[in-house]
Each structure stands twice: as C-alpha cells, then as structure tokens.
Design a protein around this ligand. Structure first.
Ligand code: NAD
Ligand code: 44H
Length: 436
C-alpha cells in the first residue's frame, strides 16, 4: 500500500471529513487504496495516540436518534507537526500527489518571523510558510507536480493559499522556485461542510461500545457531509467522486452558500448565545431570541446569494435541523475563537454585496458585531489576531468609537458606514444594559 496524500492539521475535522471520504473512496479505488500521512500543527499527543492504535479510529456519526460507528482506515501515519524532517520528506516524495490542510483560519496569516526563518532554512511558522518549505524540498527533489487543497472555512481558499505561498516564494528571491510553484502546483478551491465538535471523554466510552475496542482517539460528527472541489489534480487524486464528493468548475456559489448561511449563523449564535449564558449551538436553537437573530442573518445573506429562493429555503431548513440536533454538543466557545479571521469571511462579503446592490446593511449584522464586541471584552476570548483590537477597544471609553474599531475588521467601507455604526451602537447599548 502506498501513501499518496499528505495532510497538515491532524484534528477532529480532518478525521471526520477528508479521511472519511478517502476511506470510502478506498473501498473501490483503482490502483489500490490511498493512505494519508497526517501532521498535527505542533502537538505530539494525538499523533502518538493514533500511532499506538495503528492509525485507526472510530468515527461516530451522531444523529438525533442514535450513533453509528465506522472504523476509519485511510490514515497511513500520524506525525507530530514539529517533525520537520518528516514533513520535508513526505512532500519531497514524488509519490505524494495531494496535500490537504485544515489548520484553522488563523494559521494562514503570515507570521512576522516566516520570511527570516525561510531565508535561513528554518521551519516556517504559518501554514503557507510550512507549505512553501515542503514545496521547496519537493522542487529540490525533482519537482513533481502536486495539488495543494485548502479545506478551511475561507473565501476562495485555493486562490488565497496560492497567493500567500507565491508571495512568500517571491520574497525569498528564488525565481526558479517561484516559477515552479506557479506552473506545477495547483491550488484547487474547496467548500467543506460537516459539523464536527471537539471530542469529549464520554465519546471514548461510546466509541468502545460501538467498535468493541479501546479507541483513545474517536471523533464525533453529524451524519450530514458535503465536499465540493475544483478538479485540478496534476498527479491524480483519490476516487473521491465515488464517495459523494462533487467536482465542479466553480466552487464559489457553494462556498458562499455555506460560509454565509452556516458559518455566519454559527458566529452570530456563538457571540450572542454566549452573551445570553448559553453553551452550545443546540441550546441556542432552543432560545427564541437567538433563533430570531439567526433568521435575520439568513435573510440578509439570502438577498445576495446566487441561488433560487427554493434552494436557499432548502439549505436553511436543513440547517435548522442540523443545528437543532440535541445530541451534538458543539460548544459556542469553540466556534467563537478567532473571530477577527472569521468575521470578514462570514459577514464582510454579504455586507459589501448588499451595499453594491443598493440594499441596506442588513438586520442581522449590527447584532452580530455588537455581540462580538461584548465577547472581546471577556476573558473567554481566544483570538491572537485580535490582540491589538482588544487593547484599543479596552482603551476606548465610548461605544461609537468601539463600533467603528470593530467594523474596521469588515473593511473601510463598513467602518465609514454611518447607518451601520448607528444600528450597531444601539445593539451594543442594549446588550450592555441586558435588554436582550
Ligand atoms: N470542526 C468543524 O466543524 C469544521 C467544519 C468545516 C471546516 N472546518 C475547518 O477545519 C479547521 C479545523 O477544525 P478542527 O475541528 O479540526 O479543529 P482541531 O482543533 O481539532 O484541529 C485543528 C488542527 O490544526 C492544527 N493547527 C492549529 N493551528 C495551526 C497552525 N498555526 N499551523 C499548523 N497547524 C495548526 C492543530 O494542531 C490541529 O491539528 C477549522 O478551523 C475550519 O477551518 C472545521
Ligand atoms: O471550524 P471553524 O473554527 O472555522 O468554525 C466553527 C464552525 O462554524 C465550523 O466548524 C462549522 O461547524 C463547520 O464549518 C461546518 O461545516
């Protein structure tokens, strides 16, 4: 059996989604199964745990009425991200045809030290820098083509990653490497969807009941799953199309539908739900104020989504059911992390398109921003990219200025929008006075 895929970001979602699709494709894969060599970001423990159990793990599909377990066998190796030699070796291998990534939105921000470290031959810190490091090793080993497939919740994620890797390569001043990346590496875009909360200790007990063995690294996910990819794989790919993956020419509409409806609602529910003392998405779905605010976000997005009304209604009906699954414990605190990276993706484009279409700023956006501002003042916040914003918000004594600072994350147009600032300020005052 050969390993032909490499993954960066061995976490819960990768194991519920890309590894699951590959496992399914492997059931009838011409040329034999594809195995994935998966690297964590930095942590060692998960890689060791998985290695100790032969890289097999139980995927628990959790429906509202019960659990179904599948032992996933598409993982060939689980490697701590700090093992830089193993990373370079895996990417230099001409047998490697696909590199996927699920490293969180924040990991794509170029780190201050990336350029110096890459120039000195040291491992980069951000995901684009680590990927460029691996590509450089591949180039030096002969330069077989490769597809680099970003599977994080970002707009036009393939083009985004390509741009960042090429920018870094250009700054290194290595024209041959830059030209090779430009011509031989594809960066397909993808829309990924499967709600996958962090695993809890109870899930280990359930995994044992389902699979009959002492699995120390199971993953829980919902039954629903979707993956839409632009088909640009110069060295081949797993037969994902046999496993339900849709290969298309243009991912953008699917991506907009998913990021603006699902993820936009998630972020709104996270910040507003936490403000209202709730802990999970399912709890928020039992809260009429949260549901009403979510419906506002959906109406705002629906007005600029390139889908017929009936398809949007179908998508939001499905989301109500998925979010309402009472057995999925998707914690609002997990979703609330890294809002500074998520807000522009989930709300920024909806806002801009509404304005460009001559519409108002929307009903849902002011509350989403106001609840986020509240969240940024708590000790629950986890958002390295918002460090400066948090400091500036804390030093600001009036809501009008706070609102302008936060709206700046959506872009200058939003920060200068007086109607949006007024309405956001009003929602913020209400939240501060506990009126909602
Ligand atoms: N969980 C979901 O429901 C879901 C669904 C769709 C998409 N996603 C995407 O997948 C991402 C990861 O979600 P998850 O549930 O697997 O989270 P997770 O915390 O289980 O795993 C995240 C992985 O990314 C790695 N990582 C974090 N920062 C990194 C960095 N700076 N450089 C390299 N690696 C880094 C971590 O070490 C870990 O391996 C999300 O941020 C999102 O973009 C998640
Ligand atoms: O995973 P993040 O941090 O990008 O966002 C949290 C959730 O909104 C997200 O994980 C959704 O559950 C997911 O995008 C569903 O497919």
């Amino acid at each position: 059996m050969s390993a032909r895929a490499v993954h960066l970001g061995l976490g819960a979602f990768f194991r519920a989604h890309q590894a699951w699709y590959t496992h399914r494709a492997n059931q009838d894969q011409p040329g034999g199964p594809w195995l994935i060599t998966a690297f964590t970001g930095r942590q060692v423990e998960l890689a060791e745990t998985l290695t100790a159990q032969g890289c097999r793990y139980t995927l628990i599909e959790r429906a509202a009425d019960g659990d179904h377990g599948t032992v996933i066998e598409s993982l060939g190796a689980a490697v701590p991200g700090g093992d830089h030699e193993a990373w370079l070796t895996a990417l230099a291998d001409p047998g490697t045809a696909v590199l996927t990534s699920t490293v969180t939105e924040a990991a794509y921000r170029i780190h201050d030290q990336d350029r110096d470290r890459l120039a000195a031959g040291e491992p980069g810190i951000s995901a684009p820098a680590r990927i460029l490091d691996g590509l450089r090793a591949r180039f030096q080993a002969g330069g077989a083509p490769l597809a680099v497939l970003c599977c994080d919740n970002l707009t036009d994620n393939g083009a985004m990653l390509r741009g960042r890797v090429l920018d870094l390569a250009g700054e290194l001043g290595d024209d041959e490497l830059t030209d090779w990346v430009d011509g031989s590496i594809t960066f397909p875009s993808s829309m990924v969807d499967r709600i996958t909360p962090a695993t809890t200790p109870d899930d280990l007990v359930i995994a044992k009941q389902l699979s009959g063995w002492d699995d120390q690294a199971p993953v829980v996910t919902e039954p629903f799953s979707e993956w839409v990819i632009t088909d640009a794989f110069p060295s081949g790919r797993p037969a994902w199309h046999t496993a339900g993956v849709r290969l298309v020419d243009d991912v953008e509409p699917y991506e907009q539908r998913k990021l603006w409806l699902l993820n936009g609602a998630h972020s709104l529910l996270a910040y507003y739900g936490l403000h209202r003392g709730l802990a999970t998405i399912a709890e928020a779905m039992d809260d009429p104020a949260c549901v009403a605010a979510m419906e506002d976000v959906w109406r705002d997005a629906a007005a600029v989504l390139p889908f017929p009304d009936a398809e949007i209604t179908e998508a939001t009906d499905a989301l109500r059911e998925r979010f309402g699954n009472p057995r999925i414990q998707h914690r609002l605190a997990q979703i609330a992390a890294d809002g500074s990276q998520k807000f522009p993706v989930r709300f920024g484009e909806v806002y801009r398109r509404r304005r460009a279409a001559g519409l108002d700023h929307g009903t849902g956006l002011p509350l989403a921003v106001a609840a986020w501002i509240r969240h940024l003042a708590t000790d629950q916040v986890k958002d390295a990219g918002a460090a400066e914003l948090i400091t500036r918000l804390a030093a600001t004594t009036n809501n009008a200025d706070r609102v302008r600072l936060a709206l700046g994350v959506l872009g200058p147009e939003a920060a200068d929008d007086n109607d949006l600032a007024r309405d956001t300020g009003a929602r913020l005052t209400e939240l501060q006075e506990h009126k909602s």
